[in-house]
Design a protein around this ligand. Structure first.
Ligand code: AMP
Ligand code: ZN
Length: 469
């Protein structure tokens, strides 16, 4: 069965048809690296990862691009406020973002372009728009995109949203000088240097300045994936204006073959909410990934929570939800442990019936809730058969192979080995010292004490380590 996904462009669930058979080219708008990302942001990235993993599961190859927005208004404000260099500042948050991204077991995109490294491509794209008369240099030396000219060429602005042009863009972030623009609807492609930009500027045919946020994604995506590609993702707040503007800039440049859109399939992830409101830095109602780790939760548990609900369903973040995700993982881990014990060295093949039911749910617009239903029915059935002593080694091995396939999509990974607390590690060290000084009685006493506290000493080629009993 083909995978069907809701396409914001057609407002319907459609088959994901790629340009090149067997290969999906996808772009996801990445983080703005001005602070630590919150788990709302990560909901979008984990959903993207789930989709990518599912495409792999279906035997498709994927080329995945996620940009790093390392120049825009918030970053410049922060750089000015801290007096730090742009690259030094953004590197700190980019590194932190990628650490969190890895801890959530998201597969690294094949390309992670930084906007500041694509200035030449951005400038050349703006040049194309200026040459076609769709963009113009204003009195303040900024370059704006003219929605009126774009529409005048027979192009449609508002492919993702039905827009009321009279009411458009009220309160939207635009370049500082409103009066320089020919129309309030126009948006900045190139922002002329102003004193507040400090050291952050590049030369261009229109004078020193910096790119607007929207044009960054058009330039980077088309450079890496070509002028027309399969799939573009982001959070639902990006539909307008960011993605509308991306379409307008990319299609306005006239670089696609006739009749081909910039992007075929637009997928948007609904917001993670806190008490009914979008989790957002500006609202102050957010948890960063690191806040939750400090509360004792692991990346695996947070990922498990983020893949509970359908990607198009807004859902509320609660600590209870996170604790429930932890309990779900324990159920899975307990089963896997039992299966390992029964399977021993046996090898088996995954159960196609379970995998087919799982895939049937996910083919339907990535219906993860349905897929979880299949998984928990399967867990219940395995547990029932184990309790009745009906599971042979071979069957257990087959069930393990089934879980491995399911988890290649969920990306939860195995239960991590428990880390011994510092007091236990201190006892282990004391035991090593006792043995070194040939005080074997003391060494044995410590071994017994550790055992009583639930830790067993295991000798490994790298030296002794503690294993939870
Ligand atoms: P930013 O770093 O602000 O550019 O956002 C990175 C990504 O996170 C974008 O795709 C946003 O749409 C997405 N995003 C922001 N807030 C939320 C939220 N509360 N829930 C889900 N996605 C979000
Ligand atoms: Zn973008």
């Amino acid at each position: 069965m083909p995978l069907k996904l809701f396409n914001t462009r057609s407002r319907s669930v459609e088959e994901l048809a790629s340009r090149e058979p067997g290969r999906v080219a996808m772009y996801c708008c990445g983080p703005t690296v001005h602070n630590f990302a919150h788990i709302g942001n990560f909901r979008t990235f984990v959903s993207t990862d789930l989709l990518r993993r599912y495409l792999h599961f279906k035997g498709l190859s994927v080329e995945h691009v996620m940009n790093i927005t390392d120049v825009e208004d918030k970053i410049i404000n922060a750089v000015n406020a801290t007096g730090r260099k742009l690259r030094e500042y953004t590197t700190e948050y980019e590194t932190a973002f990628l650490q969190d991204f890895d801890a959530l077991n998201c597969l690294r995109p094949h390309h992670l372009p930084r906007a500041t490294e694509f200035i030449a491509d951005i400038v050349s794209l703006i040049e194309k728009l200026v040459a076609r008369g769709i963009a113009y240099r204003a009195a303040d030396s900024s370059v704006y995109f003219s929605i009126e000219k774009y529409r005048g060429c027979g192009c449609r602005y508002g492919q993702l949203l039905n827009l009321n042009f009279e009411q458009m863009r009220v309160g939207e972030r635009v370049s500082a000088d409103e009066y320089a623009k020919e129309s309030v609807a126009d948006f900045a492609l190139w922002k002329a240097r102003v004193p507040e930009d400090g050291e952050v500027f590049w030369p261009s045919p229109w004078g020193e300045g910096r790119p607007g946020w929207h044009i960054e994604c058009s330039a980077m995506s088309m450079k890496l994936l070509g002028p027309s590609f399969d799939l573009h993702l982001g959070g639902e707040d990006l539909v307008f204006p960011h993605h509308e503007d991306e379409i307008a800039q990319s299609e306005g440049a006239g670089v696609q073959n006739p009749g081909e859109p910039f992007v075929k399939h637009w997928v948007h992830c609904a917001h993670l909410l806190v008490e009914g409101k979008k989790m957002a830095k500006s609202l102050g109602n957010f948890f960063t990934f690191r806040d939750l780790v400090a509360k004792g939760f692991s990346g695996r548990e947070i990922r498990c929570l983020l893949i509970q609900a359908h990607y198009r369903e807004q859902f509320n973040f609660t600590m209870e939800g996170l604790t429930a995700a932890r309990a779900n993982l324990s159920r899975i881990d307990e089963l896997v442990e039992k299966l390992r014990e029964i399977a021993g060295a046996a090898k088996g093949d995954a159960d196609p019936a379970v995998l087919n039911s799982f895939a049937e749910r996910l083919d339907n617009d990535l219906n993860i809730s349905g897929a979880w239903g299949v998984i928990f029915d399967w867990i219940r059935e395995c547990n029932r058969q184990i309790a009745e002593g009906k599971f042979s080694g071979l069957q257990a091995a087959a069930a393990l192979a089934t879980w491995e396939k399911l988890d290649s999509v969920l990306g939860l990974g195995g239960k991590p080995a428990a880390e011994a607390p510092p007091e236990m590690l201190a006892l282990l060290e004391e035991r090593q010292a006792a043995r070194k000084s040939k005080n074997f009685a003391r060494g044995d006493a410590i071994r017994d004490e550790l055992k009583a506290k639930g830790w067993q000493i295991e000798d490994t080629p790298k030296g002794p380590r503690l294993k939870k009993l």
